[in-house]
Design a protein around this ligand. Structure first.
Ligand SMILES: [Zn+2]
Length: 681
């Protein structure tokens, strides 16, 4: 089965946001990277009333003149910063290729990149690197053989294994089993309408193309068999919104119970094949989907399963194979599903490949060159200010009773912030990488990572582990660890700029930090206590008030239908609830922290804008971006984050200070009556 490194919906919660610095009241030093004080005012459209369309007011000129690059499905502040990371990493790689490193890890980094860039060798080897897998699949004669195949790491199956801390005791690891095995998001199979018919037809064509490339003479018929199998699987799987249910997806059980739940699986054979042979206890996620998905192993003929495995194995590795595979993959996954016009340049894809497979190897060099030590101390200060701001808010939250308040403060006190890079770098000494065997290199890297996880099952949980590499422009909260993590690359403008106005930094990285902290108290995070364990620390009365507020927030977001000309596919308020609570709480916390930093003094007016105005403008600037319609559709159906244009302007509508800062009244389109403003954290 394909192993999943991020299994349950709550294992790791991404933010996609960022940083800011916390100097006090004085006017900013003159040279911010963006504009004069951290906001690109030339990108604003001052003809738009801020109360009518705040996002357009801050970003209007940029939105009007920017075209999404042909190789991208979306483009904006995050993507621009990601391009910088890409280019920084590329320079590092080029230096090391120029003068080959003696450091054994860096040598592997360089060799992996060289193997990726060597297209002639990839073409010459043809399908040979994939052949052993295809032969194994083709040799399967019976159900036991099928079990061995679906248990193998890197093969597809109706479920996947992950290894993560046990929510009942976060000092030890446990094996998790979650639904898996589809080639598109579940709703693409199930939704009705001509646009979804077109996606399904395109997917059938894609399966046929890949199967034909593997040598299947009846690829069109085979593709329909594979598609029908996946359709049956999609029908039993849980929706992305339901997958967020922490209680429903937490089903600890022993082997006997697992065998009763899904008797169609020969679990001992599957466990052996995956390297988890002596596993006695597991946590099952989407419980009915695991049982009903497993039943298909008997209901669907072995021969169809073999075609399914062949397709997925070839599709998963297509970018490592000759151009015909790679192009077919791009055509469906990027062009059809996300509207991208052109493949990214090869070197850029190579940088991503290295970052994903041996990320700490290059990450260490990246940090040495691109992450000034003072950024770390500035961020630490800022994180502390945000935590203090939330504490002051929790102290006085009217909807929370004292018993729940005491528990919330206990959890807040154990937050563990991590900034820039990990305390300990990964050891890659057991990983084999050669400069001319791309396919095997990636298989080795994946197997190496899976074994790293399996091998620690009997060891205590490693709290120093990071799930993002330092050059990543993102951040995350882990409820099981109660950790917030900010990789080095997000600590740059427009998120964070040591030379920018502090109002801008609070509205940028400050609100991002607040967003991550907020995940600890969103509708999922609130189910975990100060030790990361699932425990209900809420009184019934307080929980009722919290749920009523989050329900109102959900309705606000569900009213946004961001795809032009499509009023049927809108933001899913339930799916995006955790992120939206994070954004609202994050802004509230950051605003409180900003006001506290002024210590009662008046913020200076800079560029004609008050401190409060600059704070709110910074958030909208961070979310500046455009997406292709197909990419938006994909996001709305599958992703727990609302689109950028919604995130950039809805939280403010719930904050009184925004109304005061811009003189927003009931005559303005974005106005919410004070009673309808949602106040949570
Ligand atoms: Zn988030």
């Amino acid at each position: 089965m394909r192993t999943s490194f991020l299994l349950t919906a709550y294992a790791i919660i991404y933010v996609i946001t960022l940083i800011s610095s916390a100097s006090a009241v004085a006017a900013p030093p003159p040279k911010a990277t963006l504009g004069t004080f951290g906001i690109e005012t030339r990108q604003m459209d001052l003809s738009i009333k801020p109360g009518d369309d705040f996002y357009g007011y801050v970003n209007g000129k940029w939105l009007a003149k920017t075209t999404i690059p042909a190789d991208k499905s979306r483009y904006g502040s995050f993507d621009i910063l990601r391009e910088k990371s890409e280019s920084d990493l590329h320079s590092l790689l080029s230096e090391h290729i120029e003068s080959p490193p003696t450091d054994p890890t860096l040598k592997k980094v360089v060799d992996l990149y060289i193997s990726w860039m060597d297209e002639a060798t990839i073409e010459r080897r043809g399908i040979a690197p994939l052949r052993p897998d295809l032969d194994r699949i083709s040799a399967a004669k019976n159900k036991t053989d099928l079990m061995k195949l679906i248990g193998s790491p890197q093969m597809s199956a109706p479920f996947s294994f992950g290894i993560q801390p046990d929510p009942a005791n976060t000092k030890r690891y446990k094996v998790f089993i979650g639904q898996a095995g589809l080639g598109m998001g579940r709703d693409y199979y199930l939704n009705e309408g001509p646009e979804y018919d077109a996606f399904r037809t395109a997917y059938q064509g894609h399966i046929a193309t890949i199967l034909q490339l593997t040598g299947d003479a009846d690829s069109r018929d085979s593709a329909m068999e594979v598609f029908d199998l996946e359709m049956a699987l999609a029908q039993v799987q849980w929706s992305p919104a339901r997958q967020r249910d922490v209680q429903a997806t937490y089903n600890p059980m022993n082997r006997d119970a697992l065998m009763q739940l899904a008797p169609n699986v020969d679990w001992p054979v599957v466990f052996d094949a995956s390297g988890l042979g002596d596993t006695q206890h597991v946590v099952v996620g989407e419980i009915s989907a695991i049982a009903d998905g497993a039943a298909l192993l008997d209901l669907v003929p072995l021969n169809t399963w073999k075609k399914y495995l062949t397709f997925h194995r070839a599709s998963d590795t297509a970018s490592l194979l000759p151009k015909a595979f790679d192009e077919a993959n791009f055509d469906f996954k990027n062009r059809t599903m996300r509207g991208v016009k052109e493949q990214r340049e090869r070197w850029k894809r190579g940088v991503t490949l290295v970052d994903r497979n041996i990320g700490d190897g290059l990450g260490k060099a990246y940090v040495e060159k691109h992450f000034p030590p003072e950024h770390k101390s500035q961020m630490e200060q800022l994180v502390n200010n945000l935590l203090a701001a939330l504490k002051s808010r929790i102290d006085t939250l009217a909807w929370m009773d004292d018993a729940t308040r005491a528990e919330a403060l206990k959890k807040l006190a154990t937050f563990d912030p991590r900034i820039g890079y990990p305390a300990r770098w990964r050891d890659y000494s057991g990983l084999t990488i050669k400069p001319n065997t791309l396919f095997e290199n990636i298989q080795n890297a994946r197997q190496f990572e899976w074994e790293r996880r399996v091998n620690r099952l009997k060891k205590p949980v490693d709290r120093d582990e990071w799930h993002m590499t330092p050059p990543t422009v993102n951040a995350y909260y882990s409820p099981l660890m109660n950790q917030i993590t900010f990789p080095a690359a997000i600590l740059q403008p427009p998120f964070f700029d040591g030379s920018a106005d502090s109002a801008v930094n609070y509205g940028g990285i400050g609100a991002v930090i607040g967003h991550e902290i907020g995940h600890g108290f969103d509708d999922q995070g609130r189910e975990f206590d100060e030790n990361g364990q699932i425990r209900n620390w809420w009184t019934a009365e307080t929980l009722k008030r919290f749920s009523a507020a989050t329900e109102e927030l959900s309705e606000q977001y569900s009213a946004y239908c961001p795809i032009p000309g499509n009023d049927k596919t809108c933001v899913n308020g339930a799916l995006t609830m955790g992120e939206n609570i994070g954004d609202l709480g994050g802004m509230q916390m950051a605003y409180t922290a900003y006001r506290r930093s002024l210590e009662g003094r008046q913020a200076p007016v800079i560029g004609g804008f008050t401190g409060d105005q600059r704070f709110f403008m910074a958030w909208a600037q961070v979310w500046r971006g455009k997406s292709r319609n197909d990419a938006l559709l994909n996001l709305l159906l599958t992703n727990p984050h609302a689109p950028e244009m919604v995130r950039g302007q809805n939280p403010q509508r719930n904050i009184d200070a925004w109304y005061e800062a811009f003189g927003v009244t009931e005559d303005d389109a974005m106005y919410l009556h004070p009673e309808n403003r949602v106040r949570i954290w």
